[in-house]
Ligand binder design. Structure first.
Ligand code: FES
Length: 164
């Protein structure tokens, strides 16, 4: 990549994109940072969607098909879940200490669905992130893209039950 190459703007003001961008910057936006960058997307968002893959491809000056190929080849990466709703539970250190494990257990018990899985009716997909950039709000959950901080199992179950 030349210095003159322009990089795409962050897809939104969601600060998780800054975490992803920091990984790429630390690697000089070099193509070899692809796998590390995809890990950082998954750690922050819980999964890889097309927006993320386009952003990473543009930033690292790689083709979208290359990024998509790597993302689908490695089973470690979760592609965008198929459920109508996506609940990403952060189990990073701060959230774990504040009870994220209990949130995962409560979801499993109530909806019979574990991390990386989708309910049979395709209503809800559950994912795990390693830090969603809101440690001060631990335990944090991102429900359909909206940050929900300081969640108790009771609060989260109420939110999830209300989904259509
Ligand atoms: S560890 Fe959960 S938001 Fe940082």
């Amino acid at each position: 990549m030349t210095l003159l190459q322009s990089r795409p703007p962050l897809p939104s003001d969601d600060k998780r994109w800054k975490l992803v961008n920091a990984t790429m910057r630390r690697n000089g936006y070099a193509g070899h940072a692809l796998i590390e960058t995809l890990h950082s997307v998954q750690d922050a968002f819980g999964f890889l969607d097309e927006t993320a893959m386009r952003f990473v491809a543009g930033s690292l000056d790689l083709s979208l098909s290359k990024v998509f190929g790597v993302a689908t080849f490695y089973h470690l990466f979760m592609l965008k879940p198929k459920g109508r709703h996506a609940c990403v539970v952060c189990t990073g250190t701060a959230c774990y200490i504040k009870g994220a494990g209990g949130l995962v257990d409560a979801i499993q018990e109530r909806f019979a669905v574990g991390p990386g899985e989708t309910t049979e009716d395709n209503r809800l997909s559950v994912l795990i992130a390693r830090c969603v950039g809101a440690c001060g709000l631990a335990p944090a959950v991102v429900l359909d893209g909206a940050m929900q901080g300081k969640q108790t199992a009771q609060q989260l179950m109420t939110r999830l039950e209300r989904l259509d």
